[in-house]
Design a protein around this ligand. Structure first.
Ligand SMILES: [Ca+2]
Length: 84
């Protein structure tokens, strides 16, 4: 018996329509950047994402030298770089 592994069109994969967890992409990216898992992005951690360092002090609204997940998400929303 043969399985139909090609049931998902490539076009769906490319547009992201296939992935059911698109809404949590921001959370996953934050977790990926937060290498030591302390729930905050340090300057070093932020430096791993291009464009983030330039806005670091702007996003760090409480000026504690690190980005909380809330600050990170607020920055993403204001930058309008949510992929749709
Ligand atoms: Ca961290």
């Amino acid at each position: 018996m043969r399985r139909k592994l090609k049931a998902v069109p490539t076009s769906l994969l490319l547009t992201g329509a296939f992935w059911p967890v698109v809404a949590t992409a921001a959370d996953e990216e934050f977790a990926d950047l937060d290498r030591n898992g302390d729930g905050f992005l340090s300057v070093a951690e932020a430096g791993m994402k291009s464009g983030l360092m330039e806005r670091f002090t702007q996003l760090d609204s409480d000026a504690d030298g690190q980005l909380s997940e809330e600050e990170w998400k607020a920055g993403r929303a204001s930058a309008g770089d949510e992929r749709r």
